[in-house]
Design a protein around this ligand. Sequence first.
Ligand SMILES: *Cc1c(COP(=O)(O)O)cnc(C)c1O
Length: 344
Amino acid sequence: MERIIDLRSDTVTHPTERMRDAMRDAVVGDDILGEDPTVKRLEALGAEMFGKEAGLFLTSGTMSNQVAVLTFCNKGDQIIVHNRAHIYNLEVAGLASVCGVQARPIQAINGMYDLKELEKEIHTAQIQTAPTTLICLENTFDLNRGLVVKPDYIAEVKKIADEHDIKVYMDGARIFNAAVALGITVDKLNQSVDAVGVCLCKGLGSPFGSLLLGSKEFIAKARRMKQMIGGGMRQGGIMAAAGIVGLEEMVDRIDEDHENAKILASCLQKVGLGIDMEQVQTNVIHIDLKAVNIKAAEFCDNLLSLGIKAKPVGEFEVRMITHKDFKTAEINTVVSKVEQCIGN
Ligand SMILES: *Cc1c(COP(=O)(O)O)cnc(C)c1O
């Protein structure tokens, strides 16, 4: 049988040979005792790349988000989130149940709050109101669209946060995709945020893990929050080693994923699928099937029978995400199978 082409997510990639080698050869120690040199190297490398004082290696992007909120906020605080954000919708209500904060979701078209509305939603502690202590951003925004949020906008959010003496956290699960799309480095892109979390297992292709970056003081507390929720990894260097390879070797090739996404999207648009090319900004393609009148579930089932996996994300909506294990040469295969599915 032909190889399955899996475009559901960039999390489906397999580690490179160099990642596997690095994991086997990793020098390790007990990281909870602060003695794993490979974890320390990953954390230092991340901090340097992001221009922050310190870094913390965690198991997942979800844990980065929860640990960041636990570190910045007290129980009963209010935090501002995008209504479509991962942290609000796809983390098993961890904000409520793990962090004990109240999320105030606001609409954020293309990942950007209306700044006037944002400011209105920042509350102080009064007899009946909880204090707002954190503003959360996401970049790229919307895991079904992959939209880029620009640094000048982030700086405006930071300015408002500073005026109210509150913090800004960036969920940067796919921040490298945003940086590459903008042609800038992640330190420039995150200059205005107090802390940023980044997934090592998406565009960078590592098998697991995330990094949280921020001030020394923030990371020192975050390290204890990580331990509290059971995130301590003893010989964590085995896992961190693959992340180092991701940061060192995989950033420069992300361009290729973006290029493939653009080519694939424009081909799919030509065969009749609804795609807003202006929104194909990184490695995510959001597809509207109303134009061809096929439901997402049926479309994905049919596509799977032809050896292609895509992800239904609405009744008539599907997403495809390009990644390091999807090659330019496979674009034609995907397009012809899609044509078969829609009966062209
Ligand atoms: C994937 C993702 C996460 C969570 O990362 P995991 O490693 O899967 O826990 C958080 N936020 C955004 C925006 C994501 O895309």
